[in-house]
Design a protein around this ligand. Structure first.
Ligand SMILES: [Zn+2]
Length: 308
């Protein structure tokens, strides 16, 4: 059975998985790190990036994209509130990414719970009565020990929260710093190469995650895509949306996607936790995944940092 799964996975990753006309492919896009995902390149601001992202979504008629907020930016860089206002003016919903983006693995459960609660006044102010009680764990770190993980889940359940899971993504955040370096160096060739790799990584992730979902469940689940509100993301978004659309995806809200039974323990944190994301579930079943391109190594070499 395991061998069969691996064989299937290898086959599927080889490109055998194609969107079929009758399949319903759904994906919920989420953007993390509102209002600021840095480093911000020269000539850009959190506001200019948010404007470009929301314009691209509007042009593609994609709404219901949830923006995950770290409120602390509006105290350290007050002008960043404008990026959040642009998001809301576009009619897009918000979620909770904690106040200051800490890693739960380095905090106590009580400290982390304060991070969640501390973000709420801002979310309520920006989206009064909104369905913003969706927690996206910073660094996707749900707690390094089962007791802490369980304690935070208990808190979430008793405070009406759902977990904003991630079931697809392509490490878009890895492009943020190299892009800022290339902009600073006016290196157009470097920027072109970053864009090429960005799209390559996105296409690979669609094939990989679909194959994994099919190997695990025999079907495509409604995916939740992790993105970040970075400058290069804002420029690439029209092309990226096109990749998903051409693959046969329909864009849905995270509320809609997480109605799928796969997300049962995310929408109800009072249930026992499952292994995180598709890779975690595969590992729990002893399925060995094929190696993926290591983009970090490639990106480090593009417009390299002076001392790097
Ligand atoms: Zn984040």
């Amino acid at each position: 059975m395991r061998a069969a799964l691996i064989a299937f996975l290898a086959l599927a990753i080889g490109g055998a998985v194609q969107a079929q006309a009758k399949e319903t492919l759904e994906i919920a896009i989420t953007f993390d790190d509102l209002p600021l995902h840095g480093p911000i390149p020269q000539g850009e601001t959190p506001l200019s990036i948010a404007q470009r992202v929301t314009a691209a979504l509007k042009a593609a008629h994609v709404n219901n994209v949830m923006g995950m907020v770290n409120g602390r930016w509006i105290t350290t860089q007050p002008e960043t509130i404008e990026a959040l206002r642009v998001w809301r003016s576009a009619g897009l919903p918000l979620g909770n990414h904690t106040w200051s983006h800490p890693n739960l693995n380095q905090l106590s459960a009580a400290q982390f719970e304060q991070e969640i609660a501390g973000n709420e006044p801002l979310l309520e102010k920006l989206e009064p009565g909104g369905d913003w009680k969706w927690l996206r764990y910073p660094f996707l770190a749900e707690g390094d020990d089962p007791a802490k993980r369980g304690e935070v889940r208990k808190y979430l359940a008793s405070h009406g929260y759902k977990i904003a899971a991630v079931t697809t993504g392509f490490g878009d955040w890895q492009w943020t710093a190299p892009y800022a370096r290339c902009v600073a160096a006016h290196d157009q060739k470097g920027i072109a190469e970053l864009k090429r790799l960005y799209m390559q990584s996105a296409r690979e992730s669609v094939t990989f995650d679909r194959a994994l979902s099919k190997a695990l469940y025999g079907r495509d689940m409604p995916y939740v895509l992790l993105m970040h509100i970075g400058a290069l993301d804002s420029y690439m978004l029209p092309q990226l949306l096109d990749v998903y659309r051409k693959a046969g995806f329909r864009f849905v809200s995270i509320q809609q996607a997480e109605r799928d039974p796969f997300y049962r323990s995310d929408v109800d944190p009072s249930l026992p936790p499952e292994p995180q994301n598709l890779e975690g579930r595969a590992a729990a079943r002893g399925i060995k995944l094929p190696a993926q391109t290591d983009y970090a190594v490639l990106l480090d070499k593009i417009c390299p940092a002076p001392n790097g």
